[in-house]
Design a protein around this ligand. Structure first.
Ligand code: BES
Ligand code: MN
Ligand code: MN
Length: 455
């Protein structure tokens, strides 16, 4: 049986197995799910051995474990390292899910569950692609190492160190990652850019405790008002980030790069409809694809202060808090940006409150040099599985560890994603296209075929 036939033959079983994986609530951010997260790692390692990999280890870190599995049947041959993550984002708000987040359900060709597309479904299709080769011929054209971590959604705090202390063992000729999206339905993509990230928390403290807003309002500075005013000053009227020095290191798009983005089949109105927003917005002078892929941003991710329950309560809150993230592009340095942000926000603090700023996590932006044998093989494999050559796209999201793979292991990173716009990653009702799950596995199986040395 060819790998493709094998995959077709096992479609139902593969989906059932994935559903099992998805039922394990491996939420890395929450300590109450610590055991579940470990269970997901162990479950995956067992499936890896079943798939025919020579070894699969669950390796402890200072946080959630790393799953490392190897198939080394081509001594002296090339090695591909597959990276992904088995942890998922919290599922809240739960009441906005149509079906329960950890009880996978297929509706309308979509597999709904937390982690379906980010990233368990995409990790699993890689495993099934490898299994499809090993089941038939007991052989793969290259050595394969799987490195699947459990802390991607919390900023991969232990992975860089793991890479650095295991460079020999992890040495490879290419890193393959499926944790991104296709450009659109039916249009496969190789992602050639990721944005970086600087994630900050701002805490504003006023009086020592909450106060009656009638007895004290007007005389005591209100931390919620103060925070709102600070936030309002972080952008100018043209949608630019108003932190001095913020754009200093931003690499400008060349004319060719702008043209390449304009040539992609993209309709801004579709994005508006998909999001349900009444209108799109952003930095003046740039198209939506430029704003998403090639320009830095600043967004409030969370905001907390005062009374937010039912009805009215007249209160002057003692404190206010905001979580604010900035998406970065080459050549911004996230540590520089963290400092510029902190200095600026402290300067904006009005008399009457104290402001604390803390950097929670960060990572650099990344650009691929999309050429070489693995990119060519990926291009051919995607074309044969999807009937259409992939486009090169820039992703607005971040996978901070990609830079570390490139720098520490010195191997090119190839990002081939099988998600779709609108898939609700990190949001209620996350889904993965069932068709993309199967086709993705086929594409990866073909990719290994394409890597077979000639002769
Ligand atoms: N799979 C995503 C990265 C991504 C985001 C790909 C959007 C395609 C579209 C990854 O799991 C993720 O969520 N990354 C985080 C960064 C991390 C440090 C928490 C992100 O982009 O917010
Ligand atoms: Mn992901
Ligand atoms: Mn994610």
């Amino acid at each position: 049986m060819s790998p493709t036939e094998y995959l077709n033959h096992h479609r139902e079983r593969n989906l059932e197995e994935l559903s099992h994986f998805l039922r394990i609530p491996s939420v890395s951010a929450k300590s109450e799910h610590r055991e579940d997260t470990r269970r997901a790692a162990e479950w995956l390692a067992e499936r890896m051995l079943e798939a025919g990999l020579h070894s699969a280890e669950v390796i402890a870190t200072g946080g959630h474990p790393i799953v490392l599995a190897e198939w080394r049947g081509v001594p002296g041959g090339e090695t591909v390292l597959v990276y992904g993550h088995y942890d998922v984002q919290p599922a809240e708000p739960l009441d906005e899910w149509t079906s329960s987040p950890f009880e996978p359900e297929i509706r309308d060709g979509k597999l709904f569950a937390r982690g379906s597309v980010d990233d368990k479904g995409q990790v699993y299709l890689h495993l099934k692609a490898v299994e499809a080769h090993l089941a038939g011929t007991k052989q793969l054209p290259v050595n394969v190492v799987f490195l699947v971590e459990g802390e991607e959604e919390v900023g991969s705090p232990h992975l860089a160190e793991f890479l650095e202390s295991n460079t020999e063992r992890l040495r490879c000729d290419a890193v393959l990652i499926s944790d991104t999206t296709m450009f659109a339905e039916g249009i496969p993509a190789i992602t050639v850019g990721l944005r970086g990230l600087a994630y900050m928390e701002v805490r504003v403290q006023g009086p020592t405790g909450d106060l009656h807003s009638g007895s004290y309002g007007g005389a005591v500075v209100n931390p919620a008002n103060a925070l709102a005013k600070i936030i309002a000053q972080l952008h100018d009227d043209r949608g630019r980030v108003a932190i001095p020095g913020f754009y200093n290191e931003v690499r400008q798009l060349s004319g060719d790069e702008r043209q390449a983005l304009r040539d992609l089949p993209y309709d801004e109105e579709t994005l508006r409809e998909q999001t349900g927003a009444p209108a799109l917005g952003g930095e003046a002078g740039f198209t939506v694809l430029e704003r998403l892929g090639a320009r830095p941003t600043l967004d409030v991710n969370g905001l907390l202060s005062g009374y937010t329950g039912e009805g009215a309560k007249t209160v002057l809150p003692a404190r206010a808090m905001a979580k604010i993230s900035m998406r970065l592009v080459p050549d911004q340095d996230y540590r520089t940006i963290e400092k510029l942000f902190a200095d600026h926000v402290r300067r904006l603090a009005p008399v009457g409150v104290t402001v604390e700023v803390e950097a929670l996590h960060g990572g650099h932006a990344w650009r691929a040099q999309p050429e070489g044998p693995v990119f060519d093989a990926a291009t051919r494999a995607l074309e044969s599985a999807f009937g259409r050559a992939p486009v090169h796209m820039r992703e607005g999201g971040s996978i901070p560890i990609v830079r570390a793979f490139q720098n520490t292991l010195g191997a090119p990173v190839v990002l081939i994603g099988f998600g779709l716009p609108g898939e609700n990653a990190h949001a209620p009702n996350e889904w993965m296209s069932v068709d993309n799950f199967h086709r993705g596995a086929e594409a990866i199986a073909r990719l290994y075929e394409e890597l077979r040395p000639a002769g």
